[in-house]
Design a protein around this ligand. Structure first.
Ligand code: F6R
Length: 636
């Protein structure tokens, strides 16, 4: 792609950005953004090279700057830009790991940048993670002095942690902090768990430049990509400066830019509530969204919103061509019509305003479940209805989910086998020895196979309880997942073919799938992208023209009410049935391996979530249901 003539654009009129305390630019295309940042760096290097002057760069690691480093390498190779006069200071390094450890930031920088440019090795400075504790303080002082001796950093590149950290300045770091040894936050360590094959292997401390060190840079560019960063970005850009969100301390710098993609910027007021900053309300989707927002803001059901409510909350524009009363009615009706007890369509009923078609009365349906319990956790009630309403339902478990079975659980079955069959053998003893370490993830084919089988049997118990024949349960065991480690492979054609083959053999009228896109590394994201690729590939086939796709959300997130196209209410009894179906996944109860910082069991989280969305519907003015499962239609 040629980006030659692209420039940073002004973010818009000042009223659009009036909540933003930092210069922020949002890009549709991440590659364009990366090019512009690289271009700014190269321009400075070029200018300084001409005068034989040193350029001092502050560099970050992590996923955010990788694209920029690629572009810098491109500039070096294609346009012969030399880095001989460049000096670099890295923000941080894990403490207690060796420079040649595959996750050290020394390795990262060599791989992603230094090995591919002509930088002088003596000009590279990275905090040393191998130091003796008693030499750290001195090292840090010298690091600061070294930066000063070059006249400070010209351009500092930053990423942002999901907790708002910059460098490893975790929440609580103040604006006077300098280079030092710090403890890492739980959230930071959890975010790094994939790289270290489990949180317990992630170092607990690091050496990092301080906030003051960063603020001394002449120019600061922070990049953030993806939904996972949206919360931190919102707080850093729009909230008051606060040590709880270290990136917000950048507000005091007078030459800083945040470079964002649409996802990381999605919570900024100009994007999430554009009417608040004088943006025009352009389409039905925005009207719907703004009225749901208004109802929550003034705490009134939709049908009770008054003309005054619209006028006092920046929505008077909506009243130019249509009365508030008609808006209320339209948006309420739309919401009301999302509710159905017939997720596969109601036979013989008028389906003009129903979320699903009535024909064919008996549909073929595939529920794609990334792990072997997402089906019941996320849509157990709907699943139950689809089966009891006579549809031909298939469940496809995309991955084996074997990493989430604890060693204690596998050991239980090994011992059961040994005792019941009275068979001690070398094989059994070897397995028992391997499994004696409760926490380690064991990359042994036999252990992983046993863990997969445990999850398969649990899934079958749950699907039998719901009334599905075993022949309709498909264990796809997608190969991308089978690494024996937490970190997975990139999905390949093999994965895609397995998914597409199932769709071609069932020829479904409905597909349900987990639509979680927030986690950039997660299995759910890979699974949904594989489905989207299949849909693209199979789109032209005749049966696909009659196939509707519905996305559900996993255990953690819920759709916003304005995004929902179908809401399936659950009675108190159905909630209990769903709970029972979840309980069959015994290996996932009792504090599973990947609980995160939420101590609740899956069934508790999801029951609460299903209850909360029913309460939200009720607050918007619909009837008072016990619980609801919600879906968004995906058009392809
Ligand atoms: C890296 C660093 C961190 C990262 C931040 C975002 O040197 O200091 O502050 O910039 O954790 O990480 P990614 O880019 O991987 O999301």
């Amino acid at each position: 792609m040629s980006h030659k003539n692209i420039k940073y654009k002004n973010p818009g009129s000042s009223s659009t950005t009036r909540f933003e305390k930092i210069h922020t630019i949002v890009f549709d295309n991440k590659k364009t953004a990366e090019f512009l940042v690289a271009d700014e760096i190269i321009k400075l290097i070029r200018k300084n090279n001409k005068k034989n002057k040193t350029t001092v760069l502050g560099l970050a690691t992590g996923s955010s700057p990788i694209g920029i480093y690629k572009q810098l390498i491109d500039f070096h190779k294609k346009e012969k830009i030399t880095f001989k006069n460049v000096v670099t200071f890295n923000l941080d390094e894990y403490y207690g790991i060796e420079k040649n450890h595959n996750q050290s930031y020394h390795q990262f920088m060599d791989e992603k940048l230094f090995n591919h440019i002509d930088i002088n090795r003596d000009n590279i400075y990275i905090p040393d993670g191998e130091l003796n504790k008693n030499t750290i303080e001195n090292f840090c002082k010298n690091y600061e002095k070294k930066i000063d001796s070059y006249g400070g950093i010209d351009i500092q590149i930053l990423g942002i942690g999901s907790n708002g950290h910059i460098g490893f300045n975790e929440p609580g770091s103040n604006s006077n902090s300098v280079t030092r040894l710090v403890k890492l936050d739980y959230q930071t360590r959890n975010d790094a768990r994939l790289d270290f094959n489990g949180i317990k292997n992630v170092p607990s401390s690091a050496i990092t430049m301080g906030i003051k060190t960063i603020l001394k840079s002449k120019r600061i560019i922070l990049m953030a990509w993806g939904l996972g960063k949206s919360n931190a970005v919102k707080k850093a850009v729009e909230f008051k400066q606060n040590v709880k969100v270290p990136a917000s301390l950048l507000q005091s710098h007078d030459n800083v830019s945040f470079i964002l993609d649409k996802n990381s910027a999605s919570l900024l007021t100009r994007i999430s509530e554009p009417w608040q900053v004088g943006q025009q309300i352009l389409d039905e989707e925005m009207i719907n969204r703004s009225i749901h927002w208004l109802s929550a803001k003034v705490e009134k059901p939709i049908l009770r919103l008054s003309e005054n409510d619209y006028n006092q909350n920046n929505l008077s524009e909506l009243l130019v061509n249509k009365s508030h009363y008609n808006h209320n009615l339209d948006v309420f009706n739309k919401l009301q019509r999302t509710i159905t007890g017939w997720p596969g369509g109601k036979p013989k009923a008028d389906d003009t305003y129903r979320p699903e078609r009535k024909h064919p009365a008996k549909k073929r349906i595939i529920i794609f479940s990334p792990h072997p319990d997402d089906d019941v956790v996320s849509m157990g009630g709907t699943f139950d209805r689809l089966v009891s309403q006579g549809h031909e339902v298939h469940v496809a478990y995309q991955t084996s989910g074997n990493i989430a079975v604890s060693n204690e659980e596998v050991l239980k079955f090994v011992e059961l086998y040994e005792d019941f069959f009275d068979r001690s053998s070398n094989f059994i003893n070897e397995l028992k020895k391997l499994l004696s370490d409760k926490k380690k993830i064991i990359n042994d084919k036999r252990v992983r196979k046993l863990a997969s089988l445990i999850r398969e049997k649990e899934s079958l118990a749950a699907t039998r309880f719901i009334g599905l024949p075993d022949s309709n349960v498909h264990f796809l065991s997608l190969p991308f997942y089978e690494t024996g480690k937490i970190k997975k492979n990139e999905p390949s054609k093999k994965d895609l073919d397995i998914m597409c083959d199932l769709i071609k053999s069932v020829k479904p009228h409905q597909i349900f799938a987990a639509g979680d896109l927030a986690d950039p590394h997660g299995t759910h994201k890979v699974c949904i992208e594989l489905l989207f690729d299949c849909l693209k590939k199979l789109k032209k086939l005749d049966f696909m023209k009659d196939c509707w796709v519905w996305l559900y959300r996993g255990a953690w997130h819920e759709w916003d009410t304005h995004e929902i196209d179908m809401a399936v209410p659950l009675s108190p009894e159905q909630v209990l049935r769903k709970r029972r179906a979840i309980f069959y996944h015994q290996s996932q109860n009792n504090s599973v391996m990947f609980q995160g910082d939420d101590e609740r069991e899956f069934w508790q989280r999801v029951e609460q979530r299903n209850r909360e969305i029913a309460i939200r519907y009720n607050e918007l003015g619909t009837a008072d249901y016990q619980a609801m499962e919600t879906f968004r239609r995906y058009y392809f």
